[in-house]
Ligand binder design. Structure first.
Ligand code: F6R
Length: 262
């Protein structure tokens, strides 16, 4: 894992966006795995800026989102379909047919999950997967004790995740769907690169356990210790519980020039 500690979410997000932009320039038909929630918003803002001001071209890019709530139509304002349209897709020149999210109203959920896995395979796999992290260490909606080999499937949101996400539903936890379709941890691990973002002190414990704790299904993100190319972009608050923070800063400050892609 590479730990990139930045003073604030803005600078961390700019670096992560730069990495994504570089991939898209080098491989115009890149396959991106995307996330929702509060964390990636600044990365999306920066990608939109790079598209508008520097001509970053998304016309051949394909995307797969991590997850979607079960029971919400794509038009529902709190659906992840709506989030992605609003915060990213409508601002880029990405063809809508190149963007994929699980179907929250699928009549046959297991079939939808298998079709999603198949679509990722047919696209050649994910080049770079963007992740946030839950305060309980979840990635996607793979809550603690999710199988580390899991594939795209239905999951029940943990109570804490329901409460955390109530802020997107007028603060009313009873409006938050209880189920979702999420890429599995095994699915995420197959992405060729993983970029995890975490900001704020509510993520500090989960980050310390992810980076410096044992690999455990109790902290799903800790499985990224097994990923060959996982980069974590953190602000100071999210990195506050890391015991080896000075070491990570040292490594970053001494990165060879040819390795400085972020
Ligand atoms: C979102 C997702 C979740 C979030 C996580 C953090 O697609 O899969 O794992 O990344 O719940 O959410 P925020 O960013 O709102 O703190």
């Amino acid at each position: 894992m590479e730990i990139i500690l930045q003073p604030d979410a803005e600078s961390a997000s700019r670096l992560a966006a730069r990495l994504i932009a570089r991939l898209v320039r080098e491989k115009p038909d890149a396959v991106l795995g995307l996330a929702t929630g509060g964390t990636p918003l600044l990365v999306y803002r920066e990608l939109i800026r790079l598209h508008r001001e520097e001509g970053l071209d998304f016309s051949r890019v394909t995307t797969f989102n991590l997850d979607e709530y079960i029971g919400l139509a794509p038009e529902h304002p709190q659906s992840y379909h709506a989030y992605m349209r609003e915060h990213l897709f409508r601002h880029l020149n990405i063809p809508p047919e190149n963007t994929h999210l699980p179907e929250g109203l699928a009549a046959d959920v297991p079939k939808e999950c298998e079709a999603y896995e198949q679509a990722i395979r047919a696209a050649g796999g994910i080049d770079l997967q963007l992740l946030g992290i839950g305060a309980d260490g979840h990635i996607g909606f793979n809550e603690p004790t999710s199988s580390l080999a899991s594939r795209t499937r239905i999951k029940t949101l943990a109570r804490r995740t329901v409460e955390d996400n109530a802020r997107f539903f007028d603060g009313d936890a009873s409006k938050v769907p209880r189920h979702c379709i999420t890429m599995g941890i095994g699915t995420i691990l197959e992405a060729r690169r993983v970029v995890l973002l975490a900001f704020g002190k509510s993520k500090a414990l989960a980050i310390a356990e992810t980076v410096e704790g044992p690999v455990s299904a109790n902290v799903p993100a800790s499985v990224l210790q097994h990923h060959p190319v996982a980069k974590l972009f953190l602000d100071e608050e999210a990195g506050a519980e890391l015991r080896r923070a000075d070491y990570y800063r040292w490594i970053y400050a001494n990165k060879p020039a040819w390795q400085q892609d972020a």
